[in-house]
Design a protein around this ligand. Structure first.
Ligand SMILES: [Zn+2]
Length: 797
């Protein structure tokens, strides 16, 4: 259920169904003080919120609900727009959706009546990427128009649909970008992006979170909107670069994730193409379909695994709200799927330059909004029918072209890592997967349930097709990563069964354990949070040769006390998303850390030069070596945000390690250490063309050297995350790629180049340590298995 906003006296009307008896509906201009989309004007989130509440006080066609809070405690709101009659009966329409979403509880005859009665539920989500500023503006203006303009198309929309309009999925980001933009107006930095990530922990990666659900924005939207309303369509409004098409609309490029129902893919093709036709009819050139974006990673395709269409549009960007002038020779020549300078079937009216403004983006988006909503409205009954049919496919496991029918997925109860196992199952359950238990306690996911394809997609290995741009040419770049196999990422054993489960099952209990233990096996992810809690409360922590932990009293001989590591985490001004993921991980597992900026490494700083007195470990998240060393070049950003560690920073790091500190570098940052600290290793895939080596977000098999303390709690054979990852020849290897069969999930070209080579280095450096990860061991909050490699590195001294 949606949570109602607490009633404040001043807002009391907003909590009630709108009466329509209020004053005239306020125009956006009267509220914001400028026309929507005016050059060099961006919106503040609190003003957007107050505008939507103002609409509810003067119109009976809109309700507004605060459905959650962000990482920085701003409200997330959804505006529900329909006829007053529909709004009075929302409970009934929600119930119809719930019933149609699950054919096990709704017979075809019952469904037939619901196709007639139900409304089409359309969720539109704006500005998840906060630098893609336009769609929050479009949401404001379109909401006003939809409830005030009387025309037959809008009436058809209101009569047949329930529009759930989320004006921003990242409301912290709205303010981060708006404030930065205003601070740079009339300077030469006007139109640049902020020197910080625009969501507290994961920045632009917030559209990669929609099956792991790590962030509060994701969790609130899934639990309070998606899983309550089961929308037929989720339209996610984005922007792309400014130098190619004016707007991308589906059809998607190949490949599509194989568990997505072909009905949905056909409907996405149809709805997208219809939007493109409406934009062309409205005189909007530069529309590309079947271009640039594939449909593989479930990271933002939640709804396509839950019975609904996912529509994405990507509008060309201006420079935030500053117009962008594009000359014909600046048109990008290298778009995927079409040539931006030439007419083709999927790019019929090339846009060949001109001045492109925020207002232009909004104009295109509002045509797209209306087109999608009108199409859905006139096809209401048919879309509901197909929505139900998709659920039937899942439950029947029919029309799902797998050679071997799968009847159940079994997760045995006895696992090396009980904490990670429970976390993986909780994550699936949050995504509306029904998880059962048999009498022996094993977990069972029967495939005869509405979202079985979703569970299957996340639990099976991915086989990404070998897509080349032309025969013997370079690989066609996937839109995102190619692997998302949770059992490999979490280190959990899973069995796929062709047999229907006949024994009686009960709903699994996935609650967090309430009792606190004082002993943890090295393999159990749960232990890490517990030991950090112990440290925070002043209790001693002990570890034995096997890496197990004991809290409190020393156990027996063979145990040594482990001190809480004092961690420094480097943060550049390059808005490094991986640094944010690292912070998120530290906070989830209770590690105390201090953010280190460039100034902490300068000799003029009183504390610099004595990093070892302050820290035991210093961590560099995945970032280009040049970004660490040099940061933004002078003149490209205000002075206080330029520069990097420079020569003095490298000196300080060498002193730190020689004096006994541990330096930990993740993925690309490792190359900084090789260059600046003189670690003896050579990256064998540096400058190798993609035809010869390519691992675009894949899971690869390695063997660990179990004698090294980094590997405590891990088995010898694991899969690690690989994307733009260095691979070394090194004498100090802790993990080596297997000699053959390197690919565990995803896509890999050039296996031979890395077979037997190194993915993890542990080098002694003076009295200290340098650890180089040729991977992101904390990958997007989901690589639980390799979290332990990372945590062990923090405890080396
Ligand atoms: Zn985007």
């Amino acid at each position: 259920m949606l949570r109602q906003r607490p009633c404040l006296a001043a807002l009391i009307l907003s909590c009630l169904p709108a009466t329509g008896a209020g004053a005239a509906v306020p125009t956006p201009e009267s509220h914001f003080g400028h026309p929507i989309g005016a050059d060099r004007q961006l919106l503040d989130w609190d003003r957007v919120v107050s505008y939507f509440y103002a609409l509810t006080r003067s119109s009976d066609k809109i309700q507004v609900t605060e459905y959650g809070r962000t990482a920085e405690n701003r409200p997330l709101i959804v505006a529900t727009i329909a006829t007053p009659e529909t709004l009075r009966n929302l409970d009934r329409y929600r119930e119809i959706q719930r019933r149609l979403a699950d054919p096990r509880i709704t017979s075809p005859a019952q469904a037939e009546a619901m196709f007639k009665e139900g409304k089409n539920i359309i969720l539109m989500t704006c500005s998840i990427h906060a630098d893609e500023v336009a769609s929050t503006h479009s949401a404001v203006e379109f909401a006003y128009r939809l409830i005030t303009e009387t025309n037959p198309r809008f009436q058809t929309i209101l009569d047949n649909t329930i529009l759930l309009l989320v004006p921003s999925l990242n409301t912290d980001g709205v303010d981060i970008v708006t404030r930065w933009y205003r601070s740079t107006l009339d300077t030469k930095f006007e139109g640049t992006n902020p020197p910080e990530i625009w969501q507290k922990y994961i920045g632009h990666d917030n559209n990669r979170d929609w099956y792991i659900f790590s962030q509060p924005e994701t969790r609130a939207t899934i639990s309070q909107v998606h899983n309550v309303w089961h929308p037929e369509i989720v339209y996610d409004v984005h922007q792309q670069g400014g130098y190619a098409s004016r707007m991308f609309i589906p059809p998607w490029l190949d490949p599509a994730e194989p568990n997505i129902d072909p009905i949905l893919l056909q409907e996405m093709n149809a709805v997208g193409t219809s939007m493109a036709a409406d934009l062309t009819a409205a005189g909007k050139p530069g529309i590309a379909i079947h271009a640039a974006y594939d449909f593989w990673s479930p990271s933002r395709h939640y709804q396509a695994f839950h019975g609904g269409l996912r529509i994405l549009t990507e509008s060309a960007s201006a420079r935030l709200a500053t117009p962008l002038a594009v000359t014909p020779d600046q048109i990008d020549e290298n778009a995927l799927g079409y040539k931006p300078q030439e007419k083709s079937w999927n790019y019929l009216e090339p846009w060949l330059g001109g001045v492109w403004k925020l207002r232009d983006i909004i104009d295109y988006q509002e045509v797209a909004f209306e087109s999608l909503l009108h199409n859905a409205a006139v096809n209401r009954e048919d879309m509901l029918r197909k929505f139900y049919r998709v659920g039937q496919h899942q439950v029947e496991r029919a029309s799902l072209s797998t050679a071997q029918p799968m009847a159940a997925i079994v997760i045995p109860k006895d696992q090396r890592d009980p904490g990670a196992t429970r976390r993986m199952l909780q994550t699936l359950a949050f995504g509306a997967v029904e998880i059962m238990q048999d009498r022996g306690g094993d977990y069972v996911i029967p495939m005869r349930q509405p979202y079985s394809g979703y569970a299957k997609a996340l639990l099976e290995p991915q086989h990404y097709p070998n897509l080349l741009l032309y025969p013997n040419g370079p690989p066609q770049r996937p839109y995102d990563v190619t692997a998302h196999t949770l059992p490999l990422l979490f280190g959990v054993d899973v069995k796929f069964s062709g047999q229907d489960v006949t024994e009686e099952l009960h709903k699994a209990d996935l609650a967090e354990p309430t009792e606190t233990r004082d002993f943890y096996k090295a393999a159990d992810t749960d232990g890490w949070k517990a030991i950090n809690t112990a440290w925070a409360t002043g209790k001693p922590v002990w570890r034995n040769e096997a890496g197990d932990f004991a809290i409190g009293r020393q156990q027996a001989a063979g145990w040594h006390e482990v001190r809480r590591p004092r961690i420094g985490l480097y943060r550049s001004f390059m808005a490094d998303i991986d640094e944010g993921w690292t912070r998120w991980l530290f906070e989830q597992f209770g590690f105390a850390y201090t953010t280190l900026r460039n100034a902490d490494f300068e000799s003029g700083n009183a504390q610099a030069g004595n990093l070892r007195a302050r820290f035991d470990s210093i961590v560099f998240a995945d970032e280009q070596p040049n970004a660490i060393e040099n940061g933004h070049p002078p003149g490209t950003m205000p002075d206080e945000f330029t520069g990097g560690l420079g020569t003095r920073g490298a000196d300080a790091l060498r002193d730190f390690a020689r004096a006994g500190g541990t330096l930990v570098f993740l993925n690309r940052a490792s190359e900084y250490a090789i260059g600046k600290l003189g670690i003896n290793a050579k990256n064998v895939v540096a400058n190798v063309p993609a035809q010869e080596f390519y691992s675009p977000g894949s899971l690869l098999n390695v063997k660990l050297d179990l004698r090294d303390p980094l590997t405590q709690g891990l088995p010898e054979s694991i899969a690690i995350w690989s994307e733009a990852s260095p691979v070394w020849s090194s004498e100090e290897s802790v993990a080596k790629y297997t000699e053959n069969g390197v690919l565990a999930s995803g896509w890999l070209l050039g296996e031979k180049r890395i077979a037997g080579k190194t993915a993890l280095i542990h080098a002694r450096y003076g009295a200290g340590h340098v650890v180089l990860f040729g991977m992101r061991p904390q990958y997007r909050a989901q690589s639980y298995l390799t979290f332990k490699l990372f945590f062990n590195a923090l405890l080396l001294n």
